[in-house]
Design a protein around this ligand. Sequence first.
Ligand code: ZN
Length: 148
Amino acid sequence: MTTPTDSTPSAAAAPKPTRIAPIVTPDAKDFWEAADREEFIGEKCSDCGRFRFPPRPMCPYCHSLKREYVKLSGYGTVHSWCMPRHPPPFGFREPPIVAVIQLQEGTRFVSNVVGVKLEDMKQDMAVEVIFEPTMGNHKVPVFKPRGQ
Ligand SMILES: [Zn+2]
């Protein structure tokens, strides 16, 4: 029998995350473990030096199997976006803004933009990464307007 150890008032007051935990594939395991530590990392080819996303065994440019993870800046711009309203997205209280983020390192990353209304979204808007909690005590990278 165990008893809850975290009974601080702030933890009790925080709403439980409803966002679904990431589905972790073997290739993306390092990425998601870093996200749990609030680190935004990217896979880079050790031979040609290009970044790629999503993580995969072979470089799509030079076909090298050598790869490494490096910490990314977390900065990017909004390439495109939408708000899926129907059917209601599972795990969200309000429909999220789903966006393709052009990362400073050159790859594109599909994520959510938070802290901005749909009507205030703009092409090439500068954004930066933050992390949101999910069910199962994990975290996912999302983006907010830079400097907010
Ligand atoms: Zn390469």
